[in-house]
Design a protein. Structure first.
Length: 369
């Protein structure tokens, strides 16, 4: 049942009640996804915040500053959890148990509760209680080793691969899967969302293709890791970059034609010639500015596009046409994704945490009933 304070909230998850114990990285991002799709998200945070205030990722919540180390703070959370559908937390294993807010406590009181746990190493195993970050997790799973050029240290792919690709997205998927199962059993469950598990799952495309001999993860032969001259970025005359992704033969032919390099036709899969071809591409792209190349390939299927900065992306015509970014609170930010045809998500207004918790309690019953 939707809370009265959220009667104007729409979206496919309207009426779903989520408690987020605030942290940084994938947990807040997952909570943002739920808020964007209409869920009531009640965020419990420490006084003064988590040290990483983020006006975009933290959007659409009702926030309550509490010290959950105190009896008063814990009691407030337990009462709210009695009426919630989902809990999201990202502390090291054992922290919530010591506070009396672990799944054994909250799920016993509310058997329908889906308890989502976001960690890097998982709830068990020799590294479970060891500190780590995205780069450590993707390094241990084999993803980082497959990136970059031979003889050079692996590039750091922001924290998109681990924290968000293998982290928040898999946490959201696990929660929704548990909610779907709850429709049959009437019972919640605990989601152990470990970033290492998510990235290992993401790596199945690559490990599967290496097992069949269709792809190599060796840096000097990795088709998708920067070794192929037709799948990498090149510097242009103005110091900016152009991204080339001409994998298919027909797209590669267009690339060669527009660059005036037809003599390399037929050598796309000749790994021994990749270095020579990459040098020629690099030389040609340095002859003009990035936007010259972007315009040259704009109407083609060569799969060549400009490498935009985050600020440039905000005003690109394609994003403008689709509404990829939206202006909210005088801040351009990504619109909710993905897009649903009948019940699309939207950026919610901020709401009062005590009013939201009171509405949950007034509606009666456990979460989702």
């Amino acid at each position: 049942m939707a809370s009265q304070s959220g009667k104007d909230v729409k979206g496919p998850l309207a009426g779903l009640r989520v408690i987020e114990f605030a942290g940084i990285g994938p947990g807040p991002h997952c909570a943002m996804l739920f808020a964007d799709m209409g869920a009531d998200v009640l965020r419990v945070e420490r006084a003064g915040g988590n040290g990483w205030p983020n006006p975009i990722v933290d959007r659409g919540r009702a926030s309550k500053a509490l010290d959950i180390r105190t009896g008063e703070g814990r009691d407030w959370c337990r009462e709210a959890a009695m009426h919630a559908d989902v809990v999201i937390e990202g502390f090291r294993p054992g922290v919530m148990e010591r506070l009396g807010l672990g799944p054994d406590h909250l799920c016993r009181a509310n058997p329908r509760l889906v308890y989502g746990r976001m960690t890097g190493w998982g709830q068990e195993g020799p590294l479970a209680r060891v500190a780590g970050h995205d780069i450590n997790y993707i390094g241990l799973v084999g993803a980082l080793a497959a990136m970059g050029r031979p003889g050079e240290a692996a590039p750091v792919p922001l924290n998109l691969v681990g924290d968000f690709g293998g982290g928040s997205m898999y946490l959201a998927f696990g929660i929704l899967a548990a909610l779907w199962e709850r429709e049959r059993s009437g019972l919640g469950q605990v989601i152990d969302a470990a970033i290492i598990d998510g990235v290992a799952s993401m790596m199945t495309m690559f490990t599967g293709l290496t097992a069949t001999g269709q792809l190599s993860l060796a840096r000097e032969r990795n088709l998708l890791g920067g070794a192929a001259p037709f799948y990498r970025s090149y510097l242009c005359a103005d110091g900016r970059e152009i991204a080339v992704g001409s994998i298919e033969p027909q797209f590669f032919s267009i690339l060669l034609e527009r660059l005036g390099l037809e003599e390399f036709a037929g050598c796309q899969h000749d790994v021994d010639r990749w270095n020579d071809l990459a040098c020629r591409f690099a030389h040609v792209f340095l002859q003009a500015d990035r936007d010259h190349w972007a315009a040259l390939f704009a109407d083609s299927d060569a799969c060549v596009s400009p490498v935009l900065t985050a600020d440039e992306a905000l005003v690109h015509p394609h994003h403008a046409a689709r509404g990829t970014f939206t202006d909210r609170d005088a801040l351009l930010q990504a619109a909710p994704a993905p897009r649903l045809s009948r019940t699309p998500g939207s950026i919610q207004r901020r709401r009062d945490a005590d009013a939201m918790a009171a509405d949950w309690a007034a509606a009666g019953g456990a979460g989702g009933e």
